[in-house]
Design a protein around this ligand. Structure first.
Ligand SMILES: *Cc1c(COP(=O)(O)O)cnc(C)c1O
Length: 345
């Protein structure tokens, strides 16, 4: 559905003028910078970073085949998630729709911004039903959050169900693709030109191995990206993050190799884990983790902690009774996990 961004935006954001930084106000080559009250010493750390992140964005654009005006870069995916609430959702009035179970940050950002979340349960096999999601929409719903592959279940959601939601909802539909590199054929990036209400989140924290840098991406129509850029902190990505990311993004082959090792390890780990008598079921996964239903999640979790191995106890999450979420580690780490689990038999 074509996007009426002015109707969707909060009143206070519609005409908000962004902070204009010193570096925004000149163009061209300069030799002497006396405009930003920086210290002339301690180069290069004395200078503020590029608020528009043009070099890093153009590299990201090359990798993703997306034009720079359709790219927002933030301090992790957390930043665009929070900014979407702040731009579009009026505290105490508007709401968002989210699937359940899913990634916990949508709820945290909603609570921080005093926005209600209408939850729509996935099926017992974590499948998405577009009709149920659309039925949860009210005239105050601004954003629908989908996550595919979904965390903590691991499965990719059905593309046709997601497309129906994008086509029939007049607000924004966020598709969080944090784990898409482990499931490459399913990215919605090619749909971006077709749907102006689609926002795709990706991250360098998982397949690219840069969780410590804090670098997340949002891809969307130019008018949506423009709003996020207008309300972000001017210098949201440090010089260190921008430089290091540009350097690490040179080696795309490395990422491809890591993903291939992790996918191999995932297959092996699943085969092995299935055999334990305390495992009820291993859910199908399209991500770099696997959700495992057990008879005694707390007992196994604590046993592994005592063995100095930390997994994620998801047993208190709805539809995840008995479940532990296990990230796929290196071959050595996965072998250590299996050895420890052998000790439980
Ligand atoms: C890990 C994860 C992210 C990544 O968050 P960052 O802030 O970019 O590190 C985003 N979405 C989901 C669903 C995740 O599991």
């Amino acid at each position: 559905m074509s996007l009426d961004i002015n109707k969707l935006l909060r009143d206070n954001i519609r005409n908000l003028k962004p902070y204009s930084s010193a570096r925004d106000e000149y163009s061209g080559e300069a030799a002497v910078f006396l405009d930003a009250n920086e210290n002339p010493y301690n180069s290069p750390w004395n200078r503020y970073p590029d608020p528009r992140q043009l070099k890093l964005k153009s590299r990201v654009g090359e990798i993703k085949n997306i034009a720079v005006p359709n790219i927002f870069l933030g301090n992790g995916s957390d930043e665009p998630i929070d900014l979407l609430f702040r731009a579009f959702c009026e505290p105490g009035r508007d709401n968002v729709v989210s699937i359940n179970p899913t990634y916990g940050m949508y709820r945290v950002a909603a609570d921080t911004n005093n926005i209600a979340v209408n939850l729509v349960s996935l099926s017992a096999e974590f499948e998405l039903n577009a009709d149920e999601v659309l039925a949860a929409v009210t005239d105050k719903t601004k954003i629908i959050f989908l996550c595919s592959p979904n965390n903590p279940s691991g499965n990719a959601l059905d593309n046709l169900q997601m497309l129906r939601i994008i086509e029939e909802f007049s607000g924004l539909v966020v598709v969080d693709e944090a784990y898409i590199d482990f499931c490459p054929e399913k990215s919605f990036l090619p749909f971006l030109s077709q749907y102006s209400n689609l926002v795709i989140l990706q991250t360098f924290s998982k397949a690219w191995g840069m969780a410590g840098l804090r670098l997340g991406m949002a891809f969307a129509a130019e008018q949506v990206i423009e709003v996020l850029s207008r309300i972000k902190y001017p210098y949201n990505l440090s010089i260190l993050t921008q430089q290091k990311a540009i350097e690490l993004l040179e080696n795309e082959q490395q990422k491809t190799e890591w993903v291939s090792v992790i996918l191999n390890e995932r297959t092996k780990l699943i085969e092995n884990i299935k055999k334990y008598p305390f495992v009820v079921k291993v859910y199908p996964t399209d991500a770099n983790f696997v959700l495992v239903k057990t008879y005694d999640p707390k007992g196994i979790y604590q046993y592994l902690v005592d063995e100095k191995i930390i997994v994620r106890d998801r047993s208190s999450i709805s539809l995840c009774e008995g479940c532990l979420r296990i990230s796929i580690g290196s071959p050595e780490e996965n072998a250590t996990l299996l050895e420890a689990l052998d000790g439980l038999v």
